[in-house]
Write a protein that binds this ligand. Structure first.
Ligand code: CA
Length: 647
């Protein structure tokens, strides 16, 4: 990792002429202007001269002073930031980042200072507050933010609501599992009246797109979200007091000096930079080192289709055998293993996995006093004394990855819990997947042993309710543009059973095709993929589909959007080594016929294999010779998909 700061600028004279401070991206297309107007700090963003955000507020309200009104500019400085780094676990393996930096410093009527740090790269704005120690005062509560986003009136939104707290299954919400509104009017109210969770996608008419999220959230702050649109502005909102059953503060308490998390705005005149952005990782750093990097891998898990009754020794061995037959690395042993198999019998099961060369992942509840969960093990991850003992037991029994479920919300105390679990696990050589959880905010880079987070309507919902099967294609065409663009996404998908039960004869009905299921293994990015395969698939599913799933990678060197529109269809290309995997799915009621432009993939050969649906026969692999790189014809059926693998 190299990082250096070039041309550290001189402190510019105070903005005496009254013009706003302006900072542009290296290519000059993206511009941020910031100013103090009648004592209120504001900013605006343009791309190619078109307004993306106008007259948007900045500032913090704290228990030691108000930094949102009565402000005046003290000074500013500029610099150029360049960074090159390798990053596993995300959409791209090597990143070169160049941004222009502006730090503008303001003071309030009490003379207390605060700065806003801006980083503007070709398609991304990142900004945060820098709060110095205020004389004798070294501790502060940030009560609320003025920080907001005012889009032009013709903007439409792609957003998912923040849930009420303490509702849903065993009172476990919020957990970033809500429906999306798409291309909806700017002033559409949120479902629960608590605003919308990150990330949010905005279409500014035909002028461009913006993706909002935040990154760099750790135990020093809470996670935030967007308020409802009030008087044209989405404001940064903190957690609800009711989260965690009312325990813990909803306002972050910080020691000074401290920087807040980064809020990021990815901007472009087309969707490719939205899908391809790496801004959540560009502006954060690893917080500790581990003995080995977090480990990618493919796995099976019985729970997803066979459900709770499969938590027994025989069924778990069956799924270990299935993982071995597929050539996979992992078995995910889900909720209830401690009760139904028992701690005393686990060495036998773990030993069986080891004998087959399969690494076990064990499930835990995070709770705790923040929900009514009975799924066990419970009360093993919520406090350090018990947790460290459990981590030692895991290490002694050769377990190197855990899945921790059912977190309480977005308060700072929960951010500390995520961090404490990751940190204790790292001490014992253990990787961590989170479920029933918040959106990870830069965590792939900050925490080397973080290998997955759910924070989405994941595959379990296909089992729970038919509506999720009916909406599966719709959701799949949203994630690459929104949720999965800013963070890994542990979805647990690729289900070949036509019916969502053990015997493949009852339960919810899958609407999507087998080739669609193959495509999601590429579309949905997470370094650890636990697929919804079942033993009957080995004989009942087309051989070409199974052989694809045996070879599918879970780590990527590059990702490019080829075509698509959120909620309609998507074609995405991901590169693993020399091979590109080009995957598409269609959520429309009619077929889409596309001419794919693959000319920017740098393909060395015109040969490939297409995996597509053959009527009545499931997936069939066919050799393909690409005739014209700028115009490769594909047709995707409704609820269908394809994968093209290049040579
Ligand atoms: Ca869940």
């Amino acid at each position: 990792m190299k990082k250096f700061v070039l041309s550290l600028g001189v402190i510019l004279s105070v903005n005496a002429w009254g013009a706003p401070l302006t900072i542009g991206s290296p290519d000059g297309k993206l511009k941020v202007m910031t100013d103090v107007v009648s004592g209120k700090p504001v900013y605006s963003v343009t791309y190619n001269g078109n307004t993306i955000l106008e007259n948007s507020p900045l500032g913090l309200r704290t228990d030691i002073g108000d930094f949102s009104t009565g402000m005046s500019l003290v000074g500013s400085k500029t610099a150029t930031v360049r960074k090159s780094f390798d990053q596993d676990k995300i959409k791209k393996s090597h990143i070169d980042y160049e941004a222009n930096q502006l730090v503008s410093t303001m003071k309030n009527t009490g003379g207390q200072e605060i700065s806003v740090e801006w980083l503007v790269s070709d398609n991304d704005v990142a900004f945060r507050y820098l709060i110095p120690r205020q004389g004798d005062t070294g501790a502060m509560v940030v009560e609320s933010e003025a920080t907001g986003f005012r889009f032009p009136q013709n903007t439409t939104v792609f957003l998912t609501s923040q849930s009420d707290a303490m509702i849903g299954w065993k009172r476990t919400k919020p957990s970033y599992e809500e429906f999306y509104i798409t291309d909806a009017p700017l002033d559409t109210p949120s479902k629960f009246g608590h605003g919308f969770t990150f990330p949010g996608l905005f279409r500014i008419g035909d002028k461009g797109w913006a993706l909002l999220t935040e990154t760099g959230v750790d135990g020093y702050y809470c996670a935030s979200h967007l308020s409802d649109n009030v008087d044209g502005v989405f404001t940064i909102a903190y957690p609800m007091v009711e989260e965690n059953n009312g325990n813990g503060s909803a306002s972050p308490g910080i020691s000074l000096p401290r920087a807040t998390p980064w809020r990021t705005i990815t901007v472009a005149d087309n969707l490719a930079p939205i899908v391809e952005t790496t801004i959540p990782w560009n502006v954060v750093e690893p917080l500790y080192k581990t003995e080995r990097p977090g480990r990618p891998g493919r796995g099976t898990w019985s729970w997803i289709v066979w459900q709770d009754n499969s938590m027994n020794m025989a069924d778990q061995k069956t799924f270990i055998d299935l993982a071995a037959d597929m050539g996979y690395e992992n078995i995910l042993i889900d909720a209830g293993w401690d009760q139904n198999i028992g701690y005393d019998k686990m060495p036998e099961l773990l030993g069986y996995a080891k004998s087959k060369g399969i690494r076990p992942i064990l499930w835990y509840s995070s709770s705790g006093h923040w929900n009514d969960i009975v799924q066990s093990p419970i009360n093993k991850m919520d406090r350090p004394i018990v947790r460290k003992n459990e981590m030692k037991w895991l290490r002694d029994n050769g377990v190197e990855c855990i899945k921790v479920d059912f977190f309480g919300g977005d308060k700072q105390e929960t951010m500390r819990l995520y961090e404490d679990i990751l940190s204790d696990a790292a001490d014992h050589g253990i990787d961590v997947i989170f479920h029933g959880c918040t959106l990870p905010r830069g965590w792939e880079r900050m925490y080397p042993n973080h290998v997955g987070s759910e924070a989405v309507f994941a595959s379990e919902n296909l089992i729970f309710e038919q509506i999720f099967c009916d909406m599966e294609a719709f959701h799949a065409t949203l994630h690459p543009f929104i949720r999965n663009s800013v963070a890994l996404m542990e979805y647990g998908g690729t289900i070949f059973n036509r019916r969502m039960n053990r015997d493949n004869n009852s339960g919810n009905t899958r609407r999507t095709s087998d080739a669609f299921q193959l495509a999601t293994s590429i579309l949905f990015q997470n370094p650890v993929q636990n697929f919804g395969l079942t033993p009957n698939n080995l004989t009942e599913t087309a051989a070409d589909a199974i052989s694809f799933m045996k070879d599918v990678p879970t780590t990527w060197d590059d990702t490019k959007l080829i075509d698509g529109y959120p909620g309609r269809y998507v074609v995405l290309a991901r590169r693993h080594g020399d091979k590109w995997y080009i995957a598409g799915v269609n959520a429309l009621k009619e077929s889409v016929k596309l001419k794919l432009d693959l000319s920017n993939l740098g393909l060395k050969s015109d040969a490939g294999v297409v995996y597509a649906d053959e009527k009545g026969k499931g997936v069939k692999a066919k050799d393909l010779k690409i005739k014209k790189m700028t115009s490769v014809p594909v047709e995707i059926l409704p609820d269908g998909g394809f994968v093209l693998v290049t040579e």
